[in-house]
Design a protein around this ligand. Structure first.
Ligand SMILES: [Zn+2]
Length: 410
């Protein structure tokens, strides 16, 4: 098994070199290096005896229908696009490990009789090129809105043209949607956070993708001279916003499972000797429980109002995103937790704070996710890594999951 983990890691590093940029990994939706990734994965899939096709949304799909296989298929996969200056494992690892699992399955005759498998390398998840994420999985889930085809990238190329330039026909995207003959979807992905490492755990079964609220708040005071305006005669928008930033942090610290962030501040006029007249701040609130997230948002908006009222500031709040949590399928997640235990590890369950293809796939088929520990909690960065023993264990857990699923599907 160890050899397999090493091979999988080497393969991720090999694919990371297929990039738009010479010395770093950047691979946006259907840019030329995607051809190289497809060619590489296609060879690998064909060598495993899979039927391979690229759908009209640019997803590379390999189907393993072993002789005697019957019934619905399991889908395994993740995405092959990256952020700019990416690491080697976000997304790609899930595709590479899916193929390792197929290889394992082929070597196990009993399994081979039971479970057809489709491996999907999703074309887009990060939302970098067109500002919209999950293009690949939206198409597979039958949730692709054709209006997206008119979106333009930074070079004024429309999504429709990007798809045509890749040699595909955007008119056929609806045909990428799944048929009804699917048992479920499993995505293996790095955690991209520090939780598993902090707990000294290798793997976790994901329970839900957290819901997310985003707001923009503007505190308005009066800009004035920093030397001549006494403290009691000021209406300082930045001091008010700062009080709000602290309140966001302390509320999130006091509530289990809640994360809340002010990551962006714009100060007007942003000069060292001028009291701030207006400050615009972002607010990002996430929780796996929608009611708790909404309650936290309500509390924070009321806090902002109270701060503004006390300081004589104006306040405007606008909601920019309100995305509900997406639970993973209970049955598949239980299989996954059992598989982790069967591998001799504690069956840690945790929510995902980031969106993933599994979130979109869950709208169409039962979905589950397996997280691997991220060393240093680092992701979306060249230092992103995985540990060989974690990859090895993930493969073992994947095999045990397939066994359980095949037994359950019988
Ligand atoms: Zn990812």
């Amino acid at each position: 098994m160890n050899e397999r983990a090493q091979r999988a890691i080497a393969e991720c590093r090999l694919i990371a070199a297929m990039s738009e940029e010479p010395d770093r990994t950047t691979r946006r939706f259907l840019t030329p290096p995607t051809h190289d990734v497809h060619a590489h994965l296609r060879r690998r899939m064909e060598a495993l005896g899979m039927k391979v096709q690229t759908d009209a949304a640019g997803n590379l799909r390999g189907l393993l229908e072993p002789p005697g296989a019957r019934g619905r298929r399991l889908i395994l996969g993740s995405h092959i696009d990256t952020v700019p200056n990416a690491g080697a494992f976000d997304g790609v690892l899930g595709v590479v490990l899916a193929l390792e699992l197929v290889q394992e399955l082929i070597q196990n005759a009993k399994q081979r009789e039971l479970l057809p498998i489709e491996v999907i390398a999703f074309s887009e998840e990060e939302g970098i090129r067109f500002g919209v994420p999950f293009i690949g999985s939206r198409a597979v889930a039958g949730r692709f809105d054709p209006a997206l085809l008119a979106l333009k990238d930074a070079d004024e190329v429309t999504m429709a043209d990007a798809i045509c330039n890749f040699g595909l026909d955007p008119a056929h995207i609806a045909g990428a949607a799944l048929d009804a003959n699917v048992l479920g979807f499993l995505e293996i992905h790095i955690e991209q956070g520090p939780v598993l490492e902090a707990e000294n755990l290798r793997l976790a079964a994901v329970t839900a993708i957290v819901g997310q609220s985003r707001y923009a708040l503007t505190f308005t005071g009066r800009a004035n001279h920093a030397g001549t305006t006494p403290m009691h005669l000021r209406r300082d928008a930045l001091a008010g916003a700062a009080e709000f930033v602290s309140a966001v942090e302390s509320l999130a610290q006091s509530a289990e499972g809640l994360v809340a962030t002010v990551g962006r501040v714009e100060v007007d006029p942003n000069a060292g000797n001028v009291i701030a007249g207006a400050v615009r701040v972002s607010m990002d609130v996430r929780h796996f429980d929608d009611a708790q997230r909404q309650a936290a948002v309500q509390t924070l908006l009321e806090t902002a109002k109270a701060i503004a009222g006390r300081r004589g500031l104006g306040l405007e709040c606008s909601r920019q995103m309100d995305q509900p949590a997406v639970p993973m399928d209970e049955r598949l997640t239980a299989f996954l937790a059992e598989a982790i235990e069967a591998a001799g590890l504690p069956a840690r369950r945790m929510p995902s704070g980031a969106g993933h293809d599994a979130m979109v796939m869950a709208t169409r088929v039962p979905a589950a996710m397996l997280f691997l520990r991220s060393p240093g909690g680092i992701s979306h960065h060249p230092d992103e890594a995985v540990l060989e023993e974690d990859v090895e264990t993930a493969l073992l857990v994947g095999c045990k999951f397939l066994e359980r699923l095949a037994a359950g599907a019988r």
